[in-house]
Design a protein around this ligand. Structure first.
Ligand SMILES: NC(=O)c1ccc[n+]([C@@H]2O[C@H](COP(=O)([O-])OP(=O)(O)OC[C@H]3O[C@@H](n4cnc5c(N)ncnc54)[C@H](O)[C@@H]3O)[C@@H](O)[C@H]2O)c1
Length: 253
């Protein structure tokens, strides 16, 4: 199948969007898709050289995407982004907690420092984002939060204890946030990708989950971006507290 080249509608005209892990992979694809639908996007990451390079390509393509440095594990860094968004726009309409790292170790060999690091980036990072951005999301238009989980959240996966625990934790965080924030008109959902072709799974020389995926391939990042654009937009105005699974049929087995 060829890459998704669908001409984007303008569902996000003028919406203010922050995407973590936005320098490459799915985060960069989300940034491009949401900006192509009219959003003003901040792509945040720790990969500053890559992020700045991407930013100049995005600007050349006429997309309103700015790269910003943000380590999602740092409450101070989140406060700095809060100040920037507050002074630039006074609100945030869409937060995509997409930053993530992976570790592959058996339970026997899993180091406590590695466990803490994976939980810190993948789960605590999303919590800090949600909590610190809350005043701006309350001021947003049709506010939507999307937390990127994984098929290894609902299901177990040998060698992925820390990663799977962090991704399962995100499902609980999303559902609870959806309940607490509904009264403010803020929707919160999880994205549940299957295998996606990005740098995070370059270690999977055997194709990772492709053999267990009925569509027998990894997703293009653009196919996840299309799902994020839906959840971010008013097309999903009655969708909250749930999971959007984009996994080529993996979970249907
Ligand atoms: N690729 C897959 O097969 C797959 C499947 C399911 C879920 N996911 C999830 O999708 C999300 C995006 O991953 P991807 O596939 O694009 O891989 P990726 O490695 O290309 O992207 C992850 C991004 O997060 C950034 N990041 C890491 N630590 C950070 C930190 N402390 N602060 C800010 N940014 C940080 C990285 O620099 C990178 O740009 C991740 O949460 C990942 O767990 C990926």
């Amino acid at each position: 199948m060829s890459e998704n080249t669908y001409a984007a509608p303008q569902r996000l005209d003028g919406r203010i969007v922050l995407i973590t892990g936005g320098a490459r992979g799915q985060g960069a694809a989300h940034a491009k898709r949401l900006a192509s639908e009219g959003a003003i996007v901040y792509a945040a990451d720790v990969l500053d050289d890559l992020g700045k390079e991407a930013e100049s390509a995005w600007k050349d393509a006429g997309l309103d995407i700015s790269y910003v440095h943000l380590d999602v594990t740092s409450p101070e860094a989140w406060q700095a982004i809060y100040q920037k968004l507050h002074s630039d726009h006074g609100r945030l309409d869409v937060l995509v907690n997409n930053a993530g790292i992976v570790d592959v170790s058996t339970l026997e060999e899993l180091d406590l420092a590695v466990w803490n690091r994976v939980l810190s980036v993948n789960l605590t990072g999303a919590f800090l984002g949600l909590q610190s951005m809350l005043p701006l999301l309350k001021a947003g238009k049709g506010s939507s939060v999307i937390n990127t989980s994984s098929i290894f959240g609902p299901q177990g996966a040998i060698g992925y204890a820390a990663y799977a625990a962090s991704k399962a934790g995100l499902l609980g965080l999303s559902r609870t946030a959806a309940l607490e924030l509904a009264e403010h008109g803020i929707r919160v959902n999880s994205l549940v990708p299957g295998g996606v072709s990005t740098p995070i799974n370059e270690h999977e020389k055997d194709g990772g989950v492709i053999p267990e995926t009925p569509l027998a391939r990894r997703a293009h990042a653009t196919e996840l971006a299309a799902a994020v654009a839906f959840l971010a937009s008013d097309d999903a105005s009655f969708v909250t507290g749930t999971e959007l699974v984009v996994d080529g049929g993996f979970s249907a087995r």
